[in-house]
Write a protein that binds this ligand. Structure first.
Ligand code: ZN
Ligand code: ZN
Length: 390
């Protein structure tokens, strides 16, 4: 039997070819029909019986060694973005306006190769692996949809694991962080209702533009004056809409924004305070406000023990000097919901090999250095084997 390293290398061409196929056929959130078909076909070829259409376009397949042991949930996200591709590569997107600009094509190919690798060495293993291919990560709705659709029915996962390929990290570097590592992402809309009228007679109106202006500034105090400086949080107002002409005071102004937090209590408190401040400011100036809150994903919280184990595995695979502690990220990921079901670890594998793979995620020129793919396969496979043999 070859080593896992040799095995991952032997699968490298297949992993790259599949990633390129997916890259050419990107599909955005909840439209991953072809992608799910490719995944299911591959899983069937491995002798598994995938459940498809889970949470609309998700796929779940369980491999059972037939020997008692833990159950590991391994998750890959599969969706692309509504970004028009600007790279000129042979595997360029064939779909106008859509692109795998975050590397989820790589995640899908890596997890399928990991499945092939593990099943190929099934005799050495015990326990079960639930392979979860999740749609709609980019709108943080896919995990929720899959769970609501019974993705984990009959699967009692002991551990969860997943990875994100990253152009923020050099090729082959594994970046991981214990505890809260990616932020909870909520969004909100605050509609300020005043009373419109003539701009030259403001006294006969309730000017929602002035109220909204006070509100934008007042909300900034929630982080700067009410939140512990070592507890990271962001309140951003990202859209202000109201009014039509220079001489009309409008009826209403609509504000949109986002709240990013790591701590669950801070998240709940700031949500409450945003509502309180909005109402207080509106009342002060004789206006009213309608808040509309959209709950996003909770924070990604990595289990301490699982993170220590993944770190040890990664140090063996890529070397201790290539394993780094990742910074906390204000971006979110609905891997958070799988980690709430089973303690585990979500980590990053560097895929920035040169200029072509140094573009930021979601950029029209984003690309992966494909040499990262077999490394990711090896780290993830070793990580799962480590959890199965616990
Ligand atoms: Zn993304
Ligand atoms: Zn992503």
């Amino acid at each position: 039997m070859p080593s896992i390293h040799e095995h991952a290398q032997a699968l490298a061409d297949r992993t790259v070819a599949l990633r390129r196929d997916l890259h050419q056929h990107p599909e955005i959130a909840f439209e991953e029909v072809r992608t799910a078909g490719v995944i299911a076909e591959r899983l069937r070829a491995l002798g598994l019986e995938p459940r498809t259409g889970v949470g609309k376009t998700g796929v779940v397949a369980v491999w059972d060694s037939g020997r008692p042991g833990p159950t590991v949930l391994a998750r890959a996200d599969i969706d692309a973005l509504p970004v028009p591709e600007e790279k000129d590569v042979p595997y360029r997107s064939q779909r106008d306006g859509w692109m795998h600009a975050c590397g989820h094509d790589g995640h899908t190919a890596v997890l399928l190769s990991v499945a092939e690798l593990l099943i190929g060495r099934g005799e050495e293993l015990r326990g079960r692996v639930a392979f979860v291919f999740q749609p709609a990560e980019e709108i943080v709705r896919g995990a929720e949809a899959m769970l609501a659709d019974g993705a984990l029915d009959g699967i009692d996962a002991d551990h969860a694991i997943g990875l994100h390929l990253s152009s923020m990290h050099p090729l082959g570097v594994v970046a991981v962080r214990e505890g809260p590592s990616m932020a909870a992402t909520d969004s909100f809309r605050l509609t300020v209702h005043g009373r419109g009228g003539h701009a030259a007679k403001p006294n006969e109106t309730v000017d929602p533009i002035v109220v909204a202006s006070h509100l934008v500034l007042a909300l900034q105090a929630l982080v700067s004056r009410e939140t512990d400086p070592v507890d990271q949080a962001v309140v951003s107002i990202t859209s202000v809409h109201g009014g039509t002409a220079f001489n009309i005071i409008p009826e209403a102004v609509e504000l949109k924004g986002t709240l990013r937090t790591f701590d669950a209590e801070t998240r709940a408190r700031l949500r409450r305070r945003i509502h309180d401040v909005a109402e207080g400011i509106a009342t002060t100036f004789r206006a009213t406000v309608t808040p509309d809150w959209t709950e996003g994903s909770p924070a990604v919280v990595n289990d301490a023990a699982a993170t220590a184990r993944l770190r040890a595995v990664a140090e063996r695979v890529v070397g201790p000097d290539r394993v780094v502690t990742n910074a906390q990220m204000m971006g979110g990921d609905d891997m958070a919901l799988w980690l709430q079901r089973a303690p585990g670890c979500y980590f990053f594998v560097g895929a920035r090999g040169g200029e072509a793979s140094a573009w930021p995620h979601h950029h029209p020129r984003f690309d992966l250095d494909e040499a990262a793919l077999p490394i990711a396969v090896e780290v993830l496979a070793e990580g799962i084997v480590d959890l199965l043999t616990a």
